[in-house]
Design a binder for this molecule. Sequence first.
Ligand code: ZN
Length: 397
Amino acid sequence: MTDYANDPAVSNLRDYLQIRSVHPDINYDECITYLRRQAADLGLPAQVYEVKPKKPVLVMTWEGLEPSLPSILLNSHMDVVPVFEKSWTYPPFEARIVDGVIYARGVQDMKTTGIQYIETVRRLKEKGIRLKRTVHLSFVPDEEVGGHNGMSEFVRSDHYKQMNVGFALDEGLASPDDNFVVYNAERSIWHVTVTCPGKSGHGSLLLPDNCGEKIRYIIDKFMDYRRESKAKLDSDPGLTIGDVTSVNLTMLHGGIQNNVIPEKLTASFDLRLALSVNFEEFENMIKQWCAEAGDSVTYEFEQKDHYVAPTSVDDTNPYWIAFKAAIEKLSVPLKVRTFPGGTDSRFIRLQGVSALGFFPYRRTVPGLHEHNESLRVSEFINGIAVYEDIIPALANA
Ligand code: ZN
């Protein structure tokens, strides 16, 4: 087994993983201090922008030979999801290496990627390489809670506009097989709550205008739609979860006591709309279901993402051509997919800028947000070499 203890890149990664930038109520100070030191080591200027109080975005900038050209953004988020520490074999913020595998919260999602960007720039600079376009490395807060106090705000700021971003790389997923997978789109997230009011009264009676009857109708309609999506996914091996609309019942509320019919019941659904869905028709369908369910049934959105056009993966997009050629050079098969969840890429795409989600980890089971999140150190090391091909290709496109 290779001894990784003396590899400075591995030490940098472990130091970053040991910072407890874990939800909720993250203090990002330690991340910012750490990243400022990294920027200083690289000889790059670092700017910190507070898009919201205590929500810093740090940007390192490596100026290109032609800085007036649109720039390349290498984005990663600093935050990680909570842990159930007792369920971990090794402490989640120790970043222990056991048999060539590093165990830590954030090792897949996605602190490793941030360090790989840094280590790639370090290697390129050490070789005396200069790139045509300016490369920015952004480290953003709060991706794991929707990005609303992070990238969503940042892309609308003057700082971001001044960066003149032409293309962004952001997070993908580890690939369990020999292929690389790149994500050029995401489904749109809708979080909807349906409220079913009715006549309250004694639990022994069969009163009219019953909230239970109404919510049964609503749940049936959503679950029927879910079943159709699942059948579609199961029937076609060419499809992945990102290609169909997912529907899940996530919360049920109502009631006060078992012999009292409540005055309302609510059901909440997590919906991820496939790119093929007509959003207006989909909402009209929900509206129709509410009307059919009975009197005064209403729906409300907690989140309703806009349609975001996918990044084009054809000959019209010079960044795609560069990315694809760099992967072809590595002789690794590449698959293009729609990302199953939501990432900060959607905010970048919404600004009309190309963004691809990509992780250079193969033969690795995606274990993000799980207990014992882990990654082989060799994937970290090899991934730097992959970025050493991709990043210059993009920045010289
Ligand atoms: Zn992530």
